[in-house]
Design a binder for this molecule. Structure first.
Ligand code: URP
Ligand code: ZN
Ligand code: ZN
Length: 464
C-alpha cells in the first residue's frame, strides 16, 4: 500500500528539514512540502508525523543470530531477532557468518543464508567469516563475494575455534584487497588471553568479574596494532569491530595516520555499561555473567572517551554485537559445579535496544547531535558496506523509514522485549524516545513497540 508521511522533521546524516514523504512500491518517490493525499494513489495510507522525527531505517552492521559458540548456540532465531530489531527501529542487519576451523566457506554461507532467507522480517546481509586458507576456500570466497557478500570477518581471538593464524589473515587481506572488499576484524591477542586466563584460574579467580582482567586493554590494543601492520602490508581496507577502549582506538588511529584504510566500530554496551556491571555479585557472585562479552566492558573513563570519539566521528559506527545467550540456561555454563569465567558464553543481547539507548543516552544528553546519531547508527554502515538504497532519505532510496517519537517514555525490561533471552542487560533503564512507525521497503513492520509486519518480508541486500 502506498504511504504518505506528512509534516515530518526529516533528519539524515547531513540534513534537517520539514517535509512530506511519499512512498510507492518499495521506494521513496516524492519529497516535498504540502503533498496532497488527493495527488497520491488510491488506498494510500496517510500518517501524520507532526512532532516526530523521520529517520532513515537504522542499520546494525554487527549481529550474531545463528551462532554455534562456546559449546552452545545463540538463543535468537531470525524470527525473534528480526522482529526485535524492527520494533527497535533497525531495518537492516548484517550478520557474522562464523564457520568453524574445518568448515568450507560455501557450506557455511548456505547454512547461514538458509536460516535468514524466507524467515527474516527485516533486510539482511552477511560478513563472510574466514577461518581457513587453502585453494578451495579461496575459490569459494571469490564465489561468495560475487553473490553480493562484499565483506569478510576474521577473528584474531578464539584460535582453534573461529580464529585465523597470521598466514590465513595475510591471505584473507590480500584477497580482500584484490576484490575490493572490506575485512571486519575482532582484535585481541589470543596468546596473552590464554596465558592470563590460566594464571587467574590457577590463583583461584574464577568468578565472572575476572573476565575483564584476562583481557585487559593492552590485549585489545595489541590485536588492533597487529591488524594495522597486516593491513599496511597488504593494502586491504579494514573495519575494527566492537572497539571498547581508548588504547584500541589510538592503535587504530596510529595505523590510519600511516595511511591504512581503517574504520572503527564501537557497540552500545561499551557506551552505556561499565565494568561495575560485570562485577555485580548477586546470585552468589555470578550475576556479572550477564555482562560477560569480549572484549570486556571497561572502566568508566573509556566510555567518556568513546562518546567523544563518536562525536568527533573517529569512531564511525555504533553496532550491537548482539550475541544472545540465556542467563539461566546458558551463562550458567560457567557456574556449576564451581565458577569458571572462561566457560561463560560471551555476548550481550541488544539488537532491540541500540537505537533507543543511543538516542536517550547520546542525543538527549547532548553527547552527540542528531546527525551523528543517524550517521553512526545507519548511514555510515550503508556507505562502508555498500548497502545501496539504504541509510538515507532521498527520492529513489528504499522506503526504509523510522518515524520516531521523542516524547515517548518507557523502560527496558526482559518481560516486554522481543528478543529470545531471559534477561536484558539494561533492565529498568529509562528511555526517552521510541520508534513509532517502522517500514522496510514501503511496508509497515512495527508500530509503537509492536511487530505488525510479515515474517519473510526481509531480503538479502546484494551489495555493490
Ligand atoms: O562477546 C562477544 N563479543 N560475543 C560474540 C562473538 C564476538 O566476539 O563478536
Ligand atoms: Zn568479536
Ligand atoms: Zn561479534
Amino acid at each position: 500500500m502506498p504511504l504518505l508521511i506528512t509534516n515530518a522533521r526529516v533528519v539524515t546524516a547531513s540534513d534537517d528539514y520539514t517535509a512530506d514523504v511519499y512512498c510507492e512500491g518499495e521506494t521513496i518517490t516524492r519529497i516535498a512540502s504540502g503533498i496532497s493525499p488527493v495527488s497520491c494513489a488510491t488506498g494510500t495510507e496517510v500518517i501524520d508525523a507532526k512532532g516526530k522525527f523521520l529517520f532513515p531505517g537504522f542499520i546494525d552492521p554487527h549481529v550474531h543470530i545463528y551462532l554455534p559458540f562456546m559449546g552452545t548456540y545463540a538463543k535468537d532465531t531470525w524470527e525473534t531477532a528480526s522482529r526485535a530489531a524492527l520494533v527497535g527501529g533497525t531495518t537492516t542487519l548484517i550478520e557474522m557468518i562464523c564457520p568453524g576451523k574445518g568448515d568450507q566457506p560455501l557450506e557455511a554461507f548456505e547454512l547461514w543464508l538458509g536460516k535468514a532467507q524466507g524467515v527474516s522480517a527485516c533486510d539482511f546481509s552477511f560478513h563472510m567469516g574466514v577461518s581457513r586458507w587453502d585453494d578451495l576456500a579461496e575459490a569459494q570466497l571469490r564465489e561468495i563475494v560475487s553473490r553480493g557478500v562484499r565483506s569478510f570477518k576474521v577473528f584474531l581471538a578464539y584460535k582453534g575455534a573461529l580464529g585465523v593464524d597470521d598466514r590465513e589473515l595475510y591471505h584473507a587481506l590480500k584477497l580482500a584487497k584484490e576484490l575490493g572488499v572490506v575485512v571486519t576484524a575482532h582484535c585481541e591477542n589470543e596468546t596473552l588471553i590464554a596465558e592470563k586466563q590460566a594464571e587467574l584460574l590457577a590463583a583461584g579467580h574464577k568468578e565472572p568479574k575476572w573476565h575483564e582482567l584476562s583481557r585487559p586493554v593492552a590485549v585489545e590494543a595489541s590485536g588492533v596494532a597487529h591488524l594495522m601492520a597486516f593491513a599496511e602490508q597488504t593494502g586491504a581496507e579494514v573495519y575494527i569491530v566492537h572497539t571498547s577502549c581508548e588504547e584500541a582506538v589510538r592503535a587504530a588511529q596510529a595505523g590510519i595516520s600511516r595511511g591504512v584504510r581503517a574504520h572503527i566500530e564501537t557497540v552500545i554496551p561499551y557506551l552505556t555499561l561499565d565494568s561495575s556491571y560485570a562485577e555485580r555479585d548477586g546470585d552468589n557472585g555470578f550475576e556479572g555473567a550477564k555482562y560477560v562479552m569480549s572484549p570486556p566492558i571497561r572502566a568508566k573513563r573509556h566510555q567518556d572517551f568513546l562518546w567523544d570519539a563518536l562525536r568527533a566521528r573517529t569512531v564511525e559506527t555504533v553496532a550491537t554485537d548482539h550475541a544472545p545467550f540465556d542467563y539461566k540456561s546458558q551463562k550458567t555454563m560457567g557456574k556449576p559445579p564451581e565458577s569458571d569465567f572462561t566457560k561463560i558464553p560471551n555476548g550481550i543481547p541488544s539488537v532491540e535496544n541500540r537505537v533507543d539507548l543511543l538516542y536517550t543516552y547520546g542525543v538527549t544528553t547532548g553527547r552527540i547531535d542528531l546527525h551523528t546519531f543517524v550517521d553512526a547508527a545507519s548511514t555510515r554502515a550503508a556507505r562502508i558496506f555498500g548497502l545501496r538504497g539504504k541509510g538515507t532519505i532521498a527520492v529513489g532510496a528504499d522506503a526504509d523509514l523510522v518515524i520516531y517519537d521523542p516524547e515517548c517514555r518507557g523502560k527496558i525490561s526482559a518481560k516486554t522485549h522481543h528478543m529470545a533471552t531471559d534477561y536484558n542487560g539494561w533492565e529498568g533503564w529509562e528511555l526517552k524516545g521510541r520508534s513509532s512507525v517502522v517500514t522496510v521497503r514501503g511496508k509497515v513492520m512495527a508500530r509503537d513497540g509492536k511487530f505488525v509486519g510479515e515474517m519473510g518480508h526481509g531480503q538479502m541486500v546484494v551489495r555493490g
